[in-house]
Write a protein that binds this ligand. Structure first.
Ligand code: HEC
Ligand code: HEC
Length: 476
């Protein structure tokens, strides 16, 4: 019989070797994991810097746009709101005031044309404008109300009996694809559609699903929107998966996507394709294709933080400088920069559970300050706003006025309206001070045919606005 102790000794030896081996392997794994974590951290830090660099020019252009124009836009409103909201959730430094102003403007401009929606009249830009406005409103957390219901009804009346929506403009890539229009309209119906219209909405959704499944994408814009639209309708997971694979197959050797097969890769197509694949088709941002896309974006980002994409749209609007670089290409480059920076930001871990709503007022005051400033408003500002001969604001801005500023002719409620519309902003072009002192004939209030406020009145408004700005609750 063999000595049992010898056997046990051998066993113990064997076990010790196994243990040491395991420990060594574990240690090696641990070191590798640590190294990977450090690499990952560095990659996140680099991405963070790149995205942050893009935010400055986007924010400056938002203000620059307001300095020159009053109207709601897809490029400087919706695209910026969608992009900056995603970036803020991922802990990037975004100026909440600027973002809220852009949002408040979008809602205000839209409410200003509510009557046109109710009458089913023509809206400049058609469903492109309506869809973009509602998308910005949804992103900022705007809840369904009378205006959005009127807009949904207006959308349902367009292209009735069809499984898609068409448009009046042909401005590629943003304003040309019926798939994009269909996606935006479906998104609007989904989020703002009232219960009483659910039959009509479901019918439209089902028709759209059929159309989308048959739709042959001819551009990256088409392909992205087809996926987005099917995702919004739901119950089309297989198709979404297949279309996503097809879109990934369109990726070029340089890691980017091109708008069309004849064009080169650019930030617009690459950014929007990546966003689509992650947010609407559930593909992960650490997949190889996504990382290659990010590499392309990083290598094509310019020193000033922006991306330059050439326009191929026929001009519609009178040209002006919004403060974004790239001259005549600035409108598409603004959008492209929003998409590229957003696609990069999506690779970063979220730092907040969900995006902060933009619906709270730009100017929040403590109860005490509100009482104090209301008293000052009544004394110093209200007489100028309501009882200032032809220059009185209340005279035109009554409840039926065609702009978003509707004053009731009653001091307390008008103070609140002016406060929440940001009219007391002393620096931003949204403020009354800016409008009253503007030398731009298309912006100045009261309108340029009328006498403006005198220096003393302007000084009173300036003092009031500055004090109020100091006293507001910082929301950053
Ligand atoms: C429905 C979306 C949308 C809205 C709303 C919109 N724009 Fe644009 N805008 C575009 C698109 C698309 C382009 C073309 C961008 C490109 O590819 O170069 C553009 C381009 C421009 C240009 C460059 C010249 C031109 O027309 O191509 C200016 C200036 C401009 N927009 C100003 C405005 C102003 C002012 C308003 C408010 C009346 C406005 N936009 C509203 C989508 C919109
Ligand atoms: C003679 C009539 C008239 C007077 C007086 C007048 N406004 Fe206006 N206001 C308008 C019109 C018309 C518009 C819309 C312009 C447009 O759509 O481009 C407008 C637009 C505005 C807007 C932009 C609202 C929006 O939808 O973005 C603001 C803010 C504004 N006015 C403030 C004032 C203030 C402050 C005063 C007083 C100092 C004033 N207005 C006096 C006619 C007037």
């Amino acid at each position: 019989m063999k000595n049992p102790f010898v056997k046990t000794r051998k066993m113990l030896c064997f076990l010790a070797i196994v243990c040491i081996g395991n420990w060594l392997a574990l240690h090696a794994n641990l070191v590798a994991a640590q190294e990977e974590a450090i690499d990952q951290k560095q990659a996140f830090a680099q991405t963070r810097i790149a995205v942050q660099k893009a935010i400055g020019p986007i924010e400056r252009a938002m203000v620059g746009y307001r300095e020159s124009r009053r109207c709601f836009s897809c490029h400087h409103h919706t695209h910026a709101i969608i992009g900056l909201t995603e970036m803020a959730v991922r802990g990037l430094k975004v100026d909440r005031d600027l973002l809220k102003i852009q949002f408040v403007q979008t809602v205000g401009r839209t409410q200003g044309v509510e009557q046109r929606y109710l009458n089913h009249s023509n809206i400049g830009g058609g469903v492109d404008t309506t869809g973009h406005a509602l998308m910005a409103m949804r992103t900022g957390g705007h809840l369904p109300d009378e205006t959005t219901t009127a807009m949904v009804k207006w959308i349902l009346k367009r292209d009735q009996g069809r499984g898609f929506w068409t448009g009046t403009k042909n401005r590629p890539p943003t304003q040309t694809s019926d798939a994009t229009r269909t996606w935006m309209c479906l998104d609007a119906l989904e989020h703002f559609g009232p219960q009483e219209l659910s039959n009509e909405i479901n019918e439209r959704k089902s028709k759209s699903r059929d159309w989308l499944l048959e739709f042959e994408a001819k551009s990256t814009e088409d392909a992205s929107s087809q996926i987005r639209a099917l995702h919004v309708i739901g119950k089309a997971d297989l198709a979404v998966k297949q279309f996503a694979t097809e879109l990934i197959n369109q990726q070029r050797d340089d890691g980017g996507w091109a708008q069309t097969s004849e064009m080169e890769s650019d930030a617009y197509a690459t950014g929007s394709a990546l966003i689509t694949l992650h947010q609407y088709a559930g593909r992960a941002t650490n997949e190889n294709f996504y990382q290659r896309g990010i590499k392309f974006l990083k290598s094509s980002q310019l020193e000033d933080g922006t991306w330059h994409v050439k326009t191929r749209a026929t001009p519609v609007q009178k040209y002006f400088e919004s403060g974004f670089p790239h001259g005549r290409d600035q409108f598409i480059s603004m959008t492209a920069t929003c998409w590229a920076a957003t696609a990069m930001a999506l690779t970063l871990p979220k730092q907040k559970k969900e995006s902060e709503k933009l619906t709270s007022p730009i100017f929040e005051l403590s109860k005490e300050n509100e009482t104090q400033f209301l008293a000052r408003f009544k004394k110093e500002i209200w007489p100028l706003v309501s009882d200032n001969k032809k220059s009185s604001c209340v005279r035109c801005h009554d409840s039926k006025h065609r702009s978003s500023l509707r004053l009731a002719g009653e001091a307390k409620s008008d103070f609140e309206t002016m406060l929440s519309n940001g009219l007391f902003h002393p620096k931003d072009p949204i403020g009354a001070l800016f409008l009253i002192t503007s030398d731009d004939k298309s912006l100045v209030m009261p309108p340029s045919k009328l006498p403006g406020w005198n220096d003393e009145q302007i000084d009173a408004l300036k003092r009031f606005s500055q004090d109020l700005y100091q006293a507001r609750i910082e929301s950053k």
